[in-house]
Design a protein around this ligand. Sequence first.
Ligand SMILES: Cc1cc2nc3c(=O)[nH]c(=O)nc-3n(C[C@H](O)[C@H](O)[C@H](O)COP(=O)(O)OP(=O)(O)OC[C@H]3O[C@@H](n4cnc5c(N)ncnc54)[C@H](O)[C@@H]3O)c2cc1C
Length: 381
Amino acid sequence: MDLDPSPAAEALRAKARAWLAEHVPAAPLPSLETAEGFAAHRAWEARLAADRWSVVSWPERYGGRGADLEQWLVFEEEYWAAGAPGRVSQNGISLLAPTLFEHGTQEQRARTLPPMARGEVVWAQAWSEPEAGSDLASLTSRAVRTDGGWLLRGQKAWSSRAAFADRAFGIFRSDPVTRRPHHGLTYLMFDLRAPGVTVRPVARLDGRPAFAELFLDDVFVPDEDVIGEPGQGWRIAMSTTGDERGLTLRSPGRFLASADRLVRLWRATADPGDTALRDRVADAAIGARAYQLFTWAGAARLAEGSAAGAESSLNKVFWSEYDIALHETALELLGADGESADTEWAEGYVFALAGTVYAGTNEIQRDIIAERLLGLPKGRL
Ligand SMILES: Cc1cc2nc3c(=O)[nH]c(=O)nc-3n(C[C@H](O)[C@H](O)[C@H](O)COP(=O)(O)OP(=O)(O)OC[C@H]3O[C@@H](n4cnc5c(N)ncnc54)[C@H](O)[C@@H]3O)c2cc1C
């Protein structure tokens, strides 16, 4: 297996590095979990899109550069190394777009993807419900047939960025009589400002309100916004979860950049005699490199035609636990005032804590690894 980037990937790296050096804002943007920060991040998405850097792996006709997986990984390394802003369009780009490429119609792609690439339409994921998180198939929100479309009824929970987003994609029970919970579900897109939608922000641990729950009271969705066949929502949603847990949500570039930042923090602030803390900084550097190599190997297998499948769960458990350890080490280096001295590390820590829960909890990922990759028996004590 050849893990050296190809000449085409290195050419993209050089172009991206030059562009980012010129355009990345000198000061960090305000947090995208606030209205002001959300607007600033949308403007950044538009800037990226204007020079075709917002969706490098998409075909050119939708605003991309047709980059392959290897080129995308290289771009991500440059993006995060340049200190560029977090991506407010991530739900759309890394979850809905792959679903549309696989299951959407030509018309849905043409209508939905370009405004997503430009940050004009920001998407929220509306899957979870108060009683349906890990056991997603127990969801009860309904899509009821009506003339020319569907009426959505029910409640969705924990929808990231929904307080400021424009549209959402989710799964709904369209056949309430089927006895099998994975059957009779339909995957569709809807407008968060449509009549009948109430968006109630939920403050996070840091008080910021971009998270929201959604109340849906006969919200009309036209047939053209159903993805795939009605009743096939589970199959379509499961193809999205591989993307969420696997390569696209947390690329190694991000952790390589964070590990570098941690090493710089160690050099600037550490007591050289504190070898225990020094070892943890070294562990962070090793972890970022290991994740990079593991991801490159996964990308090479995908390029050879294998499916991501349950392997995605390995990535998910690794990056979520790694992220917490990395941030804890940074906060220890910063000392007692760390949380006020460097808000970037402090905010990153609070968010890292959620990483073992969102995109499927790590308990569930370990079950998947045990059962599907290792062939161990089902169930737990
Ligand atoms: C920061 C954050 C962002 C999120 N963003 C979104 C979003 O944008 N859109 C969206 O739809 N959802 C989102 N979620 C929701 C997330 O997907 C769910 O919280 C998650 O799937 C867990 O579901 P739950 O909260 O209902 O917990 P539960 O399913 O009630 O789980 C509670 C605990 O029990 C464990 N558990 C449950 N069942 C089993 C089992 N069978 N075996 C072993 N252990 C089990 C879980 O691992 C967990 O530790 C987000 C959550 C967070 C924290």
